[in-house]
Design a protein around this ligand. Structure first.
Ligand code: SPD
Length: 277
């Protein structure tokens, strides 16, 4: 039996008791698979919890579905990061989808996810999915004016992932979207990572015409309160008339039609952080 702690800041962290720990060293990072009492299996990259069997749906549903239903007909989807397969699993629930490209820098994450997290990674070999092992930032240089939805399912803005929060990267994302395109990114905890959160949102705002921030709970992530930012250059994401049939077969446990109706209705303290009030 072991105790694992992720230090959220230097003053606070999350400590989980595990029955067993597997340690894998990849070219990019240390990967841990914890078999825990409270969260089921937990995937940890360089000391940071990425996915747990217990709450992965909260994160992946909220990352993927709002952008997918906001797009008129999402046929071509790119996921950057997301090697555990959770975002692929949710994306494939949308019937319009014809191609899903998953661009993950570290192949070992996919191998580990397929071995230890079958309920999350189970759709990675779907015929619609193409896996590209490459740095997402470089990959975007090759693909212009192509995708309907781009989902940035990155780790925190440290080491390899840092670039995925910069203005130049968001500019490339914009250029890789075709007309009517939508992007969404995970943008950290507005409570414990306020600087990262503010910077990511302001970088996205500086590139896109329309930018909307929304929140969701993810108990295993710092503070438990997580932020996501959706953006588009030519779709007014705040005024989209979505056909309610689009929600019908998503089979979700967190996201819903009702939740979508007030998606961008943020608490006052979030508006204050973002300088909106
Ligand atoms: N603090 C961890 C934030 C990680 C967000 N992305 C996780 C990837 C899971 N698909």
């Amino acid at each position: 039996m072991v105790w694992f702690t992720e230090y959220w800041t230097e003053n606070i962290g999350l400590t989980i008791r595990a029955k067993e720990v597997k340690r894998i060293k990849s070219k990019y990072q240390e990967i841990l698979v914890l078999d825990t009492y409270e969260f089921g299996k937990v995937l940890v990259l360089d000391g940071l919890v990425q996915t747990t069997e217990k709450d992965e749906f909260m994160y992946h549903e909220m990352l993927v579905h709002p952008a997918m239903v906001t797009h008129k007909k999402p046929e071509r989807v790119l996921i950057i990061g997301g090697g555990d397969g959770g975002s692929v699993k949710e994306t494939l629930k949308h019937t319009a989808v014809e191609e899903v490209h998953l661009c993950e820098i570290d192949e070992e994450v996919i191998i580990v996810a397929e071995k230890y997290f079958p309920t999350i990674s189970g759709k990675l070999r779907d015929p619609t999915v193409k896996i590209i092992i490459e740095d997402g930032n470089k990959y975007l240089d090759e693909k212009k004016d192509y995708y309907d939805v781009i989902i940035i399912d990155s780790s925190d803005p440290i080491s390899e992932s840092e670039v995925l929060f910069q203005v130049d990267f968001y500019q490339k994302v914009k250029e890789s979207l075709r007309k009517g395109g939508i992007m969404v990114a995970q943008t950290e905890s507005p409570v414990l990572q306020q600087d990262y959160f503010k910077k990511a949102v302001s970088n996205i705002k500086s590139v896109f015409q329309y930018t909307g921030v929304y929140l969701g709970a993810v108990p295993s992530y710092p503070s438990g309160l997580w932020s996501y930012t959706m953006a588009s250059n030519d779709v007014d994401i705040f005024n989209v008339d979505v056909n309610r049939d689009r929600f019908k077969d998503l089979n979700t446990e967190y996201f819903s039609d009702k939740l979508y109706s007030c998606l961008f209705d943020n608490p006052v303290f979030i508006k204050k952080i973002l300088g909106e009030v």
